[in-house]
Design a binder for this molecule. Structure first.
Ligand SMILES: [Zn+2]
Ligand SMILES: [Zn+2]
Length: 278
């Protein structure tokens, strides 16, 4: 998508420049979102300590590993993105459209949640596939080396997993007609929710589970629980597919409620600092 916009404005841009641009955009957004989140939770460590999911600090070894694997993922994303872009130039399978009126503003607005759901569905099954014995060790184990992930783990993937993740974006660009601006919104929501999942702190309010929206929204508690349990809570943006296919962690609601009650009870409450929640 970014490559397509770049080529529109710089028709002479060669493949190396296009690939480099994709990698730099991915890196820049990672530094802003994941780096920014890490900066905020480090700066506000004391007031946020009641929101910490696991009462153990991120280690420098862990964060260095997460950072370096994320950098390698951006090289893979650029390679897959460039290959998809070149193939699209030849075969023309992307459903990108440049004129907003082509599908109207209603579809423009709808294309964002539709793309998120399609991507979430792909992510859920790709993620479950990567947890199969024999596949997990070769593809997904790197991401699970962090059993208490920091925001820097958002893209800490083995290169094979990075290919699988990049193909998710090729899929939505192929099956969901999208304007570049709608895709920008989708990819921004992706990195935001991805970083929230790896935050290590539950910032959502207590009572979230009571609303229909909150019941299906994935949370930092949900994904942190996935990193500890190695199973359950496979979704990215939502818990829709986990609830539908009965893979939600059996203690998910209780853990979320206990954690957010601990937050809302405040630092003086006996609920406020009970250590790790499973
Ligand atoms: Zn993760
Ligand atoms: Zn996993």
């Amino acid at each position: 998508m970014f490559a397509s916009v770049l080529r529109d404005h710089m028709p002479e841009a060669g493949p190396l420049l296009v690939g480099l641009a994709i990698a730099l955009v991915a890196l820049g957004r990672y530094l802003i979102f994941a780096g920014g989140a890490l900066g905020i939770i480090t700066l506000f460590r004391r007031p946020l300590r009641f929101r910490q999911i696991q009462k153990i600090p991120f280690t420098s070894t862990q964060m260095t590993r997460e950072f370096l694997y994320s950098l390698s993922s951006f090289i893979v994303f650029a390679s897959v993105g460039l290959a998809g872009f070149r193939l699209n130039e030849t075969v023309g399978f992307f459903a990108i459209y440049k004129v907003p009126d082509q599908y109207g503003w209603v579809w423009f607005a709808l294309s964002v949640p539709v793309a998120l759901l399609v991507h979430d569905f792909y992510f859920y099954w790709a993620h479950r596939f990567m947890h199969q014995p024999g596949i997990f060790e070769r593809v997904h184990r790197i991401h699970h080396l962090s059993t208490n992930p920091s925001p820097l783990a958002a893209f800490a993937f083995h290169p094979l997993e990075a290919v699988i993740e990049a193909l998710g974006f090729i899929l939505i660009l192929t099956v969901v007609p999208m304007h570049p601006l709608a895709f920008l919104i989708v990819s921004t929501l992706m990195i935001t929710i991805n970083v929230i999942g790896h935050l290590g702190y539950e910032l959502y309010p207590s009572g979230l589970q009571a609303s229909a929206f909150g019941k299906f929204l994935n949370t930092a508690t949900g994904h942190n629980q996935h990193h500890r349990a190695f199973s359950f809570n496979y979704g990215l943006y939502t818990l829709v597919w986990d609830r539908l296919f009965k893979t939600t962690h059996p203690h998910y609601e209780a853990t979320f409620d206990a954690l957010t009650a601990r937050q809302s009870a405040g630092p003086d409450s006996p609920l406020s600092d009970k250590g790790n929640l499973s």
